[in-house]
Design a protein around this ligand. Structure first.
Ligand SMILES: [Zn+2]
Ligand SMILES: [Zn+2]
Length: 366
């Protein structure tokens, strides 16, 4: 049990990923070591590689959402539901940890995703502190990390196919408060947008229009439940607005979900919401720059509701597991269909960056 653990390290933005050996950690009481079955390379990892997220303590081991089997543990460990977790159990964990529960963000404003103590596996945990990321053969689960057993019905690949995008989309759908029969536009067909399409359908949306690119993602958007998928690179703003109008009695959509992360998506999205409708912005995870809007025409006169959506909480993580377990026909797995070993991580990043894939599945043992 003393052999080192191989992990892929992002030493700095734009630098090639390096493979390094890490010592097997000594486990304090309440901690566990997860043998990684798979992790992912998502859009956030591309942002990390581009240096576009603030406060990242490079070098880091990326891979914030991961799944595996408990290889070792110390003391009594329980999942979120209170059941005991033992060696050999298939386990997933919530990547956000150390949320304090005592600060003003946590207690007064009830916005724990804005807690200053909050840390995230694979993003804000430095490699100098150990195996805090899934691009590794094992992940250190420190005491207090929220864990759940992965139901037998969910394969590891299905879980990672949904992954962080699904968990984020669960939060966006909660913020959107979609009602039965609502018409919904989803801007963006990356991992978040694709999951949001499926969840809008599960929430009872009557019409779903996806806007994105390239064609491979648009065809997956249709498989996830979009009635219409429009190529943002081959249609004009006017053509897209007309397409949405044609499906919504010339009213535009009840709800628009922004998962594009492009500044230009926001003024367009505001125009795609009907009078009295709701706009949820979840794609601007990094600073995409300013956008020009007309508050009179696009917000005030339309009596519009605009909501941001930052990060996710444990309840979104648990709901994502339940959704995967009870909806095996939704092809979440296809979002992460391409498999890469640790030695191919640079290729995985390049493929995700070029939008050749919505996300990469990382198998540290292949
Ligand atoms: Zn706090
Ligand atoms: Zn992610």
């Amino acid at each position: 049990m003393s052999e080192p653990i191989l992990a892929a390290v992002m030493t700095a933005p734009r630098r090639p990923i390096e493979l390094r050996d890490f010592p097997r950690p000594d486990l304090p009481a309440g901690a566990a070591l997860l043998r990684t079955a798979c992790s992912e390379v998502c859009g956030t990892d591309v942002h990390l590689w581009h240096g576009r997220l603030s406060g990242v303590p490079y070098p880091i081991i990326p891979g914030h959402v991961s799944a595996g089997t408990i290889e070792a543990s110390r003391g009594r460990i329980t999942g979120i539901d209170g059941s005991e977790i033992h060696e050999g159990h298939r386990v997933v964990f919530f990547d956000v940890h150390r949320t304090c529960g005592r600060c003003r963000a946590c207690t007064v404003h009830r916005t724990p995703t804005r807690c200053a103590s909050r840390r995230v596996y694979g993003i804000t945990d430095p490699a100098s502190e150990g195996l805090f990321g899934g691009w590794s053969q094992a992940v250190y689960l420190e005491p207090g990390v929220a864990m759940a057993r992965l139901p037998d019905a969910i394969a590891f690949d299905d879980y990672i196919g949904g992954g962080c995008g699904l968990i984020t989309a669960v939060h966006m759908i909660e913020r959107a408060e979609i009602r039965l029969g609502d018409s919904v536009v989803v801007q963006g067909t990356g991992a978040v947008g694709l999951s949001a399409i499926a969840l809008a359908r599960l929430s009872g949306a009557s019409r779903i229009v996806a806007i994105g690119a390239p064609e491979s993602r648009l065809s997956l958007a249709r498989e996830m439940g979009a009635d219409v998928a429009l190529d943002v690179t081959r249609t004009s703003v006017e053509e897209r607005r007309q397409a949405v109008n044609d499906l919504t009695y010339d009213e535009c959509a009840d709800v628009v979900l922004e998962a594009a992360g492009a500044a230009a998506a926001v003024p367009e999205g505001l125009d795609l919401v009907r009078v009295g409708g709701r706009y949820v912005i979840g794609g601007h995870y990094t600073d995409a720059g300013p956008a020009t809007i007309n508050a009179h025409h696009q917000i005030n006169r339309k009596h519009l509701e605009i909501r941001g959506c930052w990060g996710s909480e444990i309840r979104h993580f648990l709901r994502a597991i339940a959704i995967l377990e009870t909806n095996p026909s939704i092809p979440f797995r296809k979002i992460g269909a391409q498999r890469y070993g640790l030695e191919q991580i640079n290729d995985a990043l390049a493929d995700a960056e070029a939008l050749r894939i919505p996300k990469a599945l990382v198998d540290p043992w292949s």
